[in-house]
Write a protein that binds this ligand. Structure first.
Ligand code: HGY
Ligand code: MN
Ligand code: MN
Ligand code: MN
Length: 414
């Protein structure tokens, strides 16, 4: 495979303009984005993306999970395509770049190929995976998980949000339920560009993260049941306080993760109390525990310790506890060949780079199970993400997209 000349670069201004244009859709309340999966704002963002792809002469397909595939033909259409992409959906208090950089960086790769009049041997497909965030419909990376054969389509359609709305119905409502069966697309290789969402690259002043692994993840849904009672007239000894139980479980998750530093993280980001009334002792508390580690043994040990700890807490408070695993993937090792291509591209382009393990989960983690896959990371300011203040600099976005351009074009062969 011949590599593109090191002087070939993408158009940084055009990339930044596209990012800022997309950021206008589904604005948050503090400068970021709230484009949660299958909301009207998500539908608007998808429509803008499709318009841009069609304007670039790409053939756009949508599968039954609502993932969008935009294809640029190669000189040998029968060859398996090279894929690139990420996701356009955001957290409720999301940033402008999480996922979006990988999709619009891919669009910039296409636009640059057109500028240069380059036609690769292999077709290139730009993909926007549906429901990567998993914040509205659990689990995360839902559509790429169906694509990789992890989840049945009907099970995915039945995932419901907090208002009981089904994924399948919401997909239909916004008009993005495609006909194409999920997963029957051969992929020669896939590259995902993403912001780091952590502080390492910025702290070390490094341009490019060459992602060798993704850490493993478990989402455990815990339900604690006590008894609603009056917060005033119920003596302390008679209380069965599910809210107190959840407070102790929150501390337990933190303490267990701290026991495995630096190879573990753990938190509870989502919790509900029932009936959530100021003068009723919570009779029920539900929460999603998020634990992660690059080491499978640590992840499983944390899981076991947290489950055991929850039972001890429940017993002490005379409440009941159930724990259900609602999301999981083991640590991922990305394809060494694709990783080497990313590293060589950064080298050729003169960007500083270092190998890195992804702290966040990505669609690439699932696609890596069905095709050789690698990821490229660029820094983000203060390592902050899943926060409306998420920021990157144009030259960070450009460097990551240059590397994406080189990795994809080299693999698609010119
Ligand atoms: O949870 C994650 O790591 C990803 O942002 N969905
Ligand atoms: Mn993301
Ligand atoms: Mn995210
Ligand atoms: Mn496992």
């Amino acid at each position: 495979m011949t590599a593109p000349g090191e002087n070939l670069r993408i158009n940084s201004e055009r990339l930044w303009d596209a990012l800022m244009e997309m950021a206008k859709i589904g604005p948050g309340i503090a400068g970021g984005n709230n484009r949660q999966t299958l909301t009207d704002a998500d539908g608007e963002g998808r429509a803008l993306f499709r318009r841009w792809c069609e304007a670039a002469g790409l053939t756009v397909g949508v599968d039954q999970m609502g993932s969008i595939f935009a294809r640029r033909e190669g000189t040998e259409p029968g060859l398996d395509p090279v894929y690139m992409g990420s996701h356009l959906d955001t957290q409720p208090t999301g940033g402008k770049f999480d996922g979006v950089l990988g999709v619009l960086g891919g669009l910039e790769v296409i636009r640059t190929l057109d500028d240069l009049g380059i036609r690769t041997r292999r077709p290139i497909v730009l993909v926007s995976w549906s429901n990567e965030e998993g914040t509205r419909f659990v689990p995360a990376m839902l559509a790429s998980g169906v694509f990789a054969g992890l989840h049945p389509l009907d099970w995915a359609y039945d995932r419901t949000d907090r208002d009981g709305k089904r994924y399948g119905d919401e997909l239909e409502r916004i008009g993005w339920k495609g006909e194409e069966p999920v997963g029957n697309r051969p992929i020669h290789a896939m590259f995902e560009l993403h912001i780091e969402q952590g502080p390492i690259l910025e702290d070390e002043g490094i341009d490019i993260g060459v992602v060798t692994h993704g850490q493993g993840l478990k989402w455990l849904e815990v339900t604690l049941v006590g008894r609603e009672a009056h917060t005033g007239s119920t003596p302390m000894y008679k209380r069965r306080n599910a809210g107190l139980g959840l407070a102790r479980v929150t501390e337990l998750v933190h303490e267990v993760a701290m026991d495995y530093q630096p190879y573990a993280v753990g938190a509870i980001g989502h919790m509900d109390l029932y009936p959530n009334s100021r003068n009723i002792i919570p009779g029920r508390a539900t929460a999603t525990i998020d634990i992660r580690s690059p080491d499978k043994g640590v992840l499983d040990e944390m899981d076991d310790r947290i489950r055991a700890g929850i039972l001890t807490i429940a017993e002490a408070l005379d409440i009941t506890a159930t724990v259900e695993q609602v999301g999981h993937f083991d640590p991922v090792a990305f394809d060494p060949g694709c990783v080497a291509t990313v590293r060589a591209a950064a080298e050729r382009l003169g960007y500083s780079h270092r190998d890195i393990v992804s702290g966040a989960g990505h669609d690439a983690c699932w696609i890596n199970r069905v095709a050789p896959t690698a990821m490229i990371m660029c820094p983000c300011v203060d390592g902050l993400s899943h926060n409306e203040a998420e920021e990157i600099y144009p030259d960070w976005a450009a460097a990551g997209t240059d590397v994406l351009f080189h990795a994809v074009v080299e693999t698609a062969e010119i």
